[in-house]
Design a protein around this ligand. Structure first.
Ligand code: CTP
Length: 398
């Protein structure tokens, strides 16, 4: 709940401004007081009337409004709130923030404030990827500004990629988290992620194609809902998310050890692509070529971390979520896997090469529970993570 919280919401000029109307509604439903500010460009996307009607408060638009300056100057306006939220945060407004410019009401408020600031960026994928934008974001993060999103997906401009503003519920969760009020506040959640590397000798190993993207997105989404996340990761391509406790491991044996050390937890999400086999006896020195004679590697089965934790007597988390990467009969295989391993939910996906899911940006999942299966539409891995994190929050609060 956000009762008694005062949020100054700056709506800048992006197509996602329409989602900010829903954001205002959701914030007020949770008891927050919303003071809206609309930039000139923002007015091109949503009208001052709809913003003020939903906020139940007059919308601020001008820097030089003498009446308002006499009653309540922009300095005071920027400081009376508990949190400044910029949604959508355009590339232009973020550039101004990074430079400390103050040439309109929104940028002046952002410069004059001593209140925490949360930005929900929204822009075209190329603008997001541009070095100037990334530089500005790094500067803003360094200045203590927090971010939610952007998400990956289809854009209004017809392109695909990161740049879509986070959904209103995700922004609400980030706001609640900023106040230490996230739905997972006080919950400890373990996430495994990435591939494992099983050593053959000091220079070679067995690996798989997991990038760690889905696990990383899940860890970040859970942390944004207020959970204390222990993020046990193999050597992934994707960086671990912000706001989690990272435990780096290489092999399945090391991952099991790190998982056992992290217990007890309220929930465990096992997104790692753990190698099923390791080389039975790793060579301590580099295996050399031997005049055409081929080395023979003997394999041993790795411990099944998910099954082990699911079947624990004392330390079993109240919710255990596994993943199933299948290439055939996804529902049947994943349903059987849920039973066999003893976990509560299985997030199943089809990783046949033609789906482009393994190592790709999107995912197409089925959530298998005790009561049946839910087919989620194909969406970005960040969106899957947000949806799963909200579901976990719901389950843990039931
Ligand atoms: N998993 C695990 N430890 C292992 C292998 C898998 O914790 N040694 C977890 C994964 O993190 C994932 C789930 O088990 O959550 C499913 O893994 P998957 O490799 O699809 O299942 P397998 O048990 O390997 O079954 P199969 O080989 O029949 O597909």
């Amino acid at each position: 709940m956000l009762s008694s919280k005062h949020i100054l919401l700056i709506v800048a000029g992006g197509i996602a401004a329409y989602k900010s109307l829903d954001l205002i509604r959701k914030l007020r439903e949770r008891g927050a007081r919303v003071t809206p500010v609309l930039t000139r460009a923002g007015e091109e996307f949503v009208t001052p009337l709809s913003v003020s009607a939903l906020a139940g408060h007059e919308v601020h638009r001008d820097l030089f409004d003498l009446t308002k300056e006499a009653e309540m100057g922009h300095i005071q306006l920027s400081r009376s709130a508990d949190l400044l939220v910029v949604a959508p945060g355009t590339a232009d407004l973020m550039a101004k923030m990074a430079q400390g410019r103050a040439d309109d009401l929104a940028s002046t408020l952002l410069l004059a404030t001593d209140t925490p600031v949360l930005v929900a960026p929204s822009m075209n994928v190329r603008m997001w990827d541009h070095r100037a934008t990334q530089r500005n974001i790094a500067t803003l993060k360094n200045d203590g500004v927090s971010f939610v999103g952007p998400n990956e997906g289809d854009m209004a401009c017809g392109e695909y990629g990161p740049g879509r503003m986070a959904e209103p519920l995700e922004i609400v969760a980030a706001i609640e988290n900023a106040f230490g009020e996230g739905p997972l506040k006080g919950k400890r959640i373990l996430v495994t992620s990435g591939p494992t590397h099983e050593p053959i000798d000091p220079v070679r190993y067995i690996a798989n194609r997991s990038s760690g993207a889905q696990g990383s997105a899940i860890g970040g989404a859970l942390a944004r809902l207020g959970a204390e996340v222990i993020f046990v990761t193999g050597p992934a391509d994707v960086a671990p998310p912000e706001g989690v406790n990272v435990v780096n491991v290489q092999s399945a044996a090391e991952m099991l050890n790190a998982v056992e050390n992290a217990l007890p937890v309220d929930a465990g999400v096992f997104a790692a692509a753990v190698a099923d086999w390791r080389v039975a006896s790793e060579s301590n020195s580099k295996i050399k070529k031997q005049n055409g004679k081929l080395p023979v590697l003997e394999f041993a089965e790795n411990p099944d971390i998910l099954a082990k934790v699911s079947q624990m007597k004392d330390a079993r988390p109240s919710l255990v979520v596994g993943f199933a990467a299948e290439t055939d009969d996804v529902i049947a295989n994943a349903t059987a896997k849920r039973k066999r391993k003893g976990c509560d939910w299985i997030v199943a996906n089809d990783v046949s090469p033609e789906t482009g899911i393994m190592g790709g940006a999107e995912n197409d999942v089925l959530l298998i529970t005790e009561t049946g299966s839910e087919d989620w539409p194909r969406m970005g891995k960040a969106a899957v993570a947000e949806k799963l994190a909200l579901k976990i929050a719901e389950a843990l609060s039931a």
